[in-house]
Design a protein around this ligand. Sequence first.
Ligand SMILES: [Zn+2]
Length: 172
Amino acid sequence: MSLRRLLICTACLASLLAFSADLDRADASAPDRSGRCLSAVHDRQLRVRIYPARGWHVRCVSSIHVSGLSNVIGLTLSRSHLILVDAHRGDPLTTLAHELAHAFSLDRMSPGLRSRFTRRMGSRSFSTGTSWATTPAEIWAFNQARCAGYTTAARTRAVSCRVIRTFVRATS
Ligand SMILES: [Zn+2]
């Protein structure tokens, strides 16, 4: 599956078997205007610390449905440059931080840099893996967000922030 077709979930707490799906297998409810999620969307500090993600749209929704997955509270839809954030479950701010880190890795990291990170994690593919928590794309997103001060409830292994910063600097 190409990276462009990936759809990455933030917190598949109950499902560790699959983390990606085709765009047409995902669906979201109507936009949700509740305050906590909208304030996360407009949080400038968050964009500065993680990634401005210009050209991406962020939608707060009241639920996210992905075929075959449960407990999805955030999604990065790479092909449509759309991020979905569940306004009611989890902390929308940390969810969005995680998804912005996915957007960063898609936009700013070259294939070579993603490969370097993948090898460093002892994996073969950046965006696929045997479980959510061991997939390099998820390890990247969890740790880039964590090192910026936003730790999600769904955790992967920790990578030192010094290493994360080295990779972030390599994109500029
Ligand atoms: Zn994720």
